[in-house]
Design a protein. Structure first.
Length: 415
């Protein structure tokens, strides 16, 4: 019982140390990732893992839940306060389950949903034919404006009038611009649809008012807690009071049973951290850093989808560089910069190859980096993509520069 992980399982401990070293010595450029605080991680690895607490605060199906009631209510209260929402459900294990619970609460199988497709920046659970969401519901998609690669609200209104969906989804995995949730509300009202905002990527920005909030406009808002919000791997749903019971019943007993109380503890910590002044400044710096990284890439001759960014991510169109997204991401990883390949709007390449990469700045900003470091990173990305193919010396040289930057902006120093 009292043995340390090192004593109990040397293999897992060793793998964990390797991963810690990887995180310390590489640049996290995947925009949906971040470094949770020591406090968040302490809550995740706590005694709260030992208890079943099916039900909701003060309405449990298990005995012995008095501290779990207090804990979950604290997390709920902090979430509603942070976002200014009427109601929060903090039991969702993942963003996909938050979306699933929302559909389950509001829709019947076969109802029409409308969103942006995965190929243009949406998410699998927004109606993709390979996800439950495209199989249990009749999915339709609005597009991006082909001239600007941005949301065009007149076009979305036209598409919605034609389809008359029951639910419209606003929220994306690879869209670098501001989302106008008020316009989405007008579109939903025009066709009598529910409006769901999936703010998984931008919830930290929203909490810090670095992106306009959907709270006054959306019926239901889903989010993960581990991306820009910088909490534990998990999710939450916010909604208007009139949907609170429906949402809660859809989560439990609808699609989940025992909540992960240790993760709910960590969510409570995360929501407290997000109310601190430093968090607001952090989110603003994420955006400034992303714009600086975009500028550095433009100066190196890269093409950015929509020409730049208003948020935490960039979508880089690599077609003028004669390299696929997969090849670019692999070269960058060899040089210590971990990014993900990504489809670009109208991508001629398959999802396994892609013509783009999707760098983001939440992780670099958590390390304390600012605009000058973004310029360096942009130059290193360019060097690796321009000169790194079949050139291990270049990759090694950039790897050394990356390592130096990581040492200058350390993480988890006491781990
Ligand atoms: N996996 C998330 C992302 O990287 O954007 C979406 O689920």
């Amino acid at each position: 019982m009292n043995r340390s992980l090192h004593q109990a399982d040397a293999q897992v401990y060793r793998i964990m140390q390797d991963e810690l070293e990887r995180q310390k010595t590489t640049l996290m450029l995947i925009p949906s990732e971040n470094y949770a605080s020591r406090a968040v991680m302490a809550a995740m690895g706590s005694v709260f893992t030992n208890k079943y607490a099916e039900g909701y605060p003060y309405k449990r199906f298990y005995n012995g839940c008095e501290f779990y009631d207090e804990l979950e209510q604290l997390a709920i209260d902090r979430a509603t306060e942070l976002f200014g929402a009427d109601h929060a459900n903090v039991q969702l294990h993942t963003g996909s389950q938050a979306n699933m619970a929302t559909y389950y609460a509001l829709l019947k199988p076969g109802d029409k949903i409308m969103a942006l497709s995965v190929a243009t920046g949406g998410h699998l659970t927004h109606g993709s034919p390979i996800s439950f969401s495209g199989q249990f519901y009749e999915s339709h998609f609005y597009g991006l404006d082909p001239d600007t690669d941005r949301l065009n609200y007149d076009m979305i209104m036209e598409a919605a009038k034609e389809v008359r969906p029951r639910l419209i989804i606003a929220g994306y995995s690879a869209y670098p611009r501001i989302i106008d949730f008020k316009r989405f509300r007008e579109i939903a009202d025009e066709v009598g649809a529910y409006l769901m905002a999936d703010i998984a990527h931008i919830s930290g920005l929203v909490a810090a008012e670095a992106h306009p909030t959907p709270v006054p406009y959306a019926d239901v808002i889903t989010s993960t807690t581990h991306k820009t919000l910088r909490g534990p791997r998990g999710a939450l749903i916010l909604c208007k009071q009139e949907y609170a019971d429906q949402i809660d019943r859809a989560v439990f007993p609808g699609i989940q049973a025992g909540p992960l109380m240790q993760i709910i503890a960590a969510k409570a910590v995360c929501f407290k951290e997000a109310q601190e002044f430093g968090f607001r400044e952090y989110q603003r710096q994420i955006v400034r850093n992303c714009q600086a990284l975009g500028q550095a890439l433009l100066e190196e001759g890269f093409t950015l989808v929509t020409g730049g960014t208003d948020n935490h991510l960039l979508l880089v169109d690599l077609r003028n560089k004669q390299i696929t997204g997969r090849e670019a991401a692999d070269l960058m990883e060899a040089a210590g910069m971990v990014v993900n390949k990504n489809l670009i709007p109208g991508d001629p390449a398959p999802a396994t190859e892609t013509s783009g990469i999707r760098p983001g700045t939440p992780g670099l900003t958590s390390r304390g980096m600012k605009e000058p470091e973004m310029k360096l990173v942009g130059q290193w990305i360019a060097r690796v993509i321009h000169e790194g193919r079949d050139n291990p010396e270049v990759l090694e040289e950039v790897r050394g520069q990356v390592q130096g930057l990581c040492e200058a902006f350390p993480i988890y120093e006491d781990l």
